[in-house]
Design a protein around this ligand. Structure first.
Ligand code: SAM
Length: 298
């Protein structure tokens, strides 16, 4: 391709910075100031989780509120929000403030009780086999969990299964090759997850909480895009973007290799269509967004 051709292609890519047909409402919140605020709170994740998770809870409820509003034109009041891998329920207060019924699902009882919070209706169960019927909830979210489960895309399918037609699914996870992929064992995960875990044990005398191969897995940005590309007909992908980045850096999702290193946390937003009738079946599309290529799809 000629140089002007390449420039035009790059310009088009940058213009289409987010992956989605319309500019999501949430894009307005994705400022550099917000990114720096969230980044600044990361250092408290292990030492003072309430600081880190409190800020994340506010940000997450805004994310969910904005996308639900884009999708339905409605606020969260009266909705049921299922939070897969909700931990102790740090997000409960924020969703209650919005008037939503918040239900965390969490397999690990020690995580459920970790912060001394009491969330009525909290359910013990795994994201890979959600103990809910089909189409049970208005909104199903999962924040920073997929990298902790051995079959994250089974979990994503389960999340879509329990979301009602017209409802919202938001899955967000830490990308393995990003700066936080190794969690407390980073940056040594760049030399391999097993090596990083053993090194952590050698240095600290204890196993990392997030143990590679047991409670921490290598999930790539391309894996999320691959899942999005293969969703069934009744699922529509609404947006894919880096969770913590300012809006002007969302285009990183479109660049293979670079996205693995720099996206850090990928958000996939989807909805489930109502069953197609004869008339709308012919016009139904798989995705509202143009998904970037992955090695598998090329
Ligand atoms: C890093 S925490 C995230 C907590 C919360 N979602 C947030 O963003 O603040 C990861 C959570 O995933 C949970 N988890 C691990 N395996 C899971 C599974 N199979 N299904 C659902 N959650 C799981 C862990 O117990 C833990 O509470």
């Amino acid at each position: 391709m000629s140089l002007p051709g390449r420039c035009a292609r790059l310009a088009a890519m940058l213009r289409a910075a987010h992956i989605g047909t319309r500019r999501p409402r949430f894009a307005h919140r994705a400022t550099l100031r917000r990114s720096l605020r969230l980044l600044g709170s990361f250092k408290f994740e292990q030492t003072d989780p309430a600081v880190f998770y409190g800020g994340l809870a506010v940000d997450t409820s805004q994310l969910v509120r904005d996308f639900y509003s884009d999708l339905t034109g409605r606020a969260l009041r009266g909705t049921t929000v299922l939070d897969v891998g909700g931990g102790p329920g740090y997000f409960a207060e924020e969703f209650a403030r919005e008037g939503a019924r918040y239900i965390p699902v969490e397999p690990d009882p020690s995580e459920m009780h970790a912060a001394g919070l009491s969330v009525p209706g909290a359910v013990r169960g795994s994201g890979m086999a959600l103990p809910f019927r089909n189409d049970a909830v208005d909104i199903c979210i999962s924040s920073n969990v997929a990298e902790h489960v051995p079959q994250p895309w089974v979990m994503a399918d389960e999340m879509m299964r329990v979301t009602r037609p017209g409802g919202l699914m938001i899955l967000s996870y830490t990308v393995w090759c990003g700066p936080f992929g190794g969690h407390e064992t980073g940056p040594w995960h760049y030399l391999g997850g097993e090596y990083a875990a053993r090194r952590y044990l050698r240095r600290t005398g204890k196993e990392p909480k997030n143990r590679f191969g047991k409670s921490l897995f290598s999930v790539s940005a391309a894996d999320g895009l691959k899942w999005a590309r293969a969703v069934p007909e009744d699922v529509e992908i609404l947006a894919i973007f880096p969770r913590y980045h300012p809006r002007w850096a969302w285009w990183l999702v479109r660049v293979p290799a670079l996205r693995e290193l720099l996206v850090s946390n990928l958000v996939v937003v989807a909805t489930k269509r109502a069953p197609a009738t004869g008339q709308n079946a012919a016009t139904s599309q798989r995705s509202a967004v143009e998904l970037p290529a992955t090695p598998e799809s090329a």
